[in-house]
Ligand binder design. Structure first.
Ligand code: ATP
Ligand code: MG
Length: 556
């Protein structure tokens, strides 16, 4: 067990206490997704938290699909969820479970509650049950069916199971306290009739347990010690405890709640993402502008960056929203030493060196990452015709513009000093080519005689350049105006996707594969798109630009 006692979060403190007092002699946690959508960054927090605790206490981590609700669940999601959790590095080993495998035990638990007078079959309609429930200020009213005999309840519940009743005509309710100040304790429904096909159990069942009854039983069956969930379940905890106690489990799990992770101006709700997908605003659940795990992976985020992010967020009981810039900070931190820095021109214009020999090229040896010599060097082709960024030339420069303009000398990164001599324009006034001369004595980008140049620009040799598509992203929501418009619609940023189709990359990019990550010098970190990229027709996603205003609290 870890020695560090200083900055334990409240969950670790609770676990420490339980172990010290002998409430449990081990730790077992779980991640219990409902297979009704893709996982997002909020789920990543829950996964890494549960997995991290299990590891820290040398315990067990279970992945359990909470598939008790046959309406919304799809097997497709089971696979994607597994893939995402694996990618995050949370290893459930042999501990993969499905809540639907416990239906028999749940049924037996319900029978047991009936036998001890703790549950009854109720014929009130859903609407009546709601009316009888009361409000926060007023107590509820007891159901007229509350005092049915044990025998009658057992018989009715059996007939419910056998399919004798129509959906909605009968429910099984826990018999607790209609006057409880906690509405969840006012004889909650624990089973409903639903003639539906379940993805795992088929048509075997036509009664299904409700979440508040099923979840504690699932945890208890698996021997979960600490059932970690989000704050909205705090008011359900008394019911959770009631269920495990009344059903008679020997080692009741402890439910501990923490605050959900929210990102500022980012939508994570399944309902909204579904809408964005259906309306074709994004190109699927893994559109790189979204924050589903699949989208983050496709965009180029790494598991390490997400771990760092979750660690920086910490766990707390207070609801708060974290800035997206922190996620960007984490991927920059992770990639800055790992990713090779290569040259790519996003918006190219030709630069012609008039005094460089026609037809000649040369190979220049350049470092792959100035901050990390371990990444070695590579050879980059240089020649008479190059591409540079359109932004790196100005016909009439403002003050303090140190890049290329007529008469000015700059350094071509790792190559030579060049001086702009003239340029050409087309009939629209767009610059078509820029001419310059180079100083052969400045090879490697070093000044031959101590003369200084203020600007250094990157370039790509034209005859060997690889033409590719690059996609630049901005937040899908307009940050300044907030997530929703007054009419409740999403406030979309029209510039959330920019497609650049004529980008020119140095030839060393040949052979780059899906998910490969690079730093494009001066332009940001990029990742090969996993859906649309082909070897002869590469597509890159910008993960993040290089500059950030984000600072860790300790750096402010
Ligand atoms: P959503 O409605 O955002 O799609 P959900 O809560 O319906 O999510 P579940 O599959 O029920 O999705 O969630 C699985 C686990 O993930 C639960 O334990 C839940 O508390 C946790 N979880 C969901 N959203 C977040 C979040 N934003 N931050 C942290 N944990 C979360
Ligand atoms: Mg849910």
């Amino acid at each position: 067990m870890e020695k560090e006692v200083t900055s334990r979060n409240f969950i670790e403190q609770a676990i420490d206490k339980d172990l010290a007092e002998g409430v449990y002699d081990h730790v077992c946690t779980r991640f219990p997704p409902e297979p009704n959508g893709y996982l997002h960054i909020g789920h990543a927090k829950s996964i890494l938290l549960n997995y991290g605790l299990a590891r820290q206490y040398q315990g067990q981590f279970n992945l359990r699909f909470d598939d008790t609700n046959p309406t919304k669940e799809k097997t497709e999601f089971v696979e994607s969820i597994k893939e995402d959790i694996q990618w995050l590095g949370a290893d459930w080993k042999e501990h993969l479970y499905f809540a639907s495998d416990y239906f028999e035990q749940m049924y037996e638990a319900a029978v047991k509650l009936i036998e001890t007078g703790k549950a009854f079959v109720c014929d009130l309609t859903a609407e009546q049950i709601r009316e009888y429930r009361g409000t926060l200020k007023e107590p509820g009213k007891e159901s007229p069916y509350r005092n049915r005999s044990v025998e009658e309840n057992l018989e009715l519940f059996k007939r419910m199971k056998e399919g004798a009743y129509a959906d909605g005509s009968k429910v099984l309710r826990a018999r607790i306290d209609m006057a409880s100040p906690n509405i969840n304790m006012r004889d909650p429904v624990i089973y409903r009739v639903a003639h539906m096909t379940h993805h795992n159990t088929g048509d075997k069942w036509c009664i299904y347990p409700m979440y508040d009854f099923a979840h504690p039983i699932e945890d208890a069956i698996e021997g979960i010690t600490h059932s970690i969930c989000t704050l909205e379940f705090e008011d359900h905890r008394p019911l959770y405890d009631w269920v495990v106690r009344e059903v008679g489990f020997k080692m009741p799990p402890r439910q501990i709640e923490f605050a959900k992770l929210y990102l500022t101006n980012v939508v994570t709700g399944k309902r909204y993402i579904k809408k964005l997908v259906e309306e074709g605003i994004v190109d699927g659940w893994d559109d790189p502008r979204l924050v589903s795990i699949a989208a983050l992976r496709r965009r180029g985020f790494t598991p390490e960056s997400i771990k760092l992010f979750v660690e920086l967020c910490g766990v707390s009981k207070a609801q708060s929203s974290v800035d997206y810039a922190m996620l960007e900070y984490c991927i920059r931190e992770d990639l800055k030493l790992k990713a090779p820095r290569m040259m790519a021109v996003l918006k190219p214009v030709k630069l012609i060196i008039d005094n460089y020999p026609q037809g000649q090229t040369e190979e220049l040896e350049v470092p792959n990452n100035l901050e990390n010599p371990e990444l070695g060097t590579r050879k980059v082709t240089f020649g008479r015709e190059l591409y540079i960024e359109q932004d790196d030339f100005m016909e009439e420069p403002p003050r303090k513009y140190f890049r290329l303009f007529p008469g000015n000398e700059v350094r071509l990164m790792n190559a030579y000093f060049v001086t702009c001599t003239r340029f050409e324009k087309d009939e629209f006034g767009d610059i078509t080519e820029i001419h310059c001369t180079y100083d052969p004595a400045s090879k490697g980008g070093n000044s031959p005689d101590g003369r200084k140049v203020k600007g250094t620009i990157h370039w790509v040799e034209a005859s060997t350049a690889l033409k590719t598509q690059c996609r630049l992203y901005e937040n899908i929501i307009d940050e300044d105006k907030g997530v929703y418009n007054e009419d409740g619609s999403l406030n979309l940023n029209p510039d959330s996707l920019t497609i650049l189709k004529e980008c020119m990359l140095e030839s060393n990019f040949a052979g780059a594969k899906a998910y490969d990550k690079f730093q494009f010098v001066r332009n940001g970190f990029f990742c090969v798109d996993s859906n649309d990229s082909k070897p002869e027709d590469m597509v890159f996603n910008r993960i993040v630009s290089l500059k950030s205003s984000f600072k860790l609290p300790s750096q402010r």
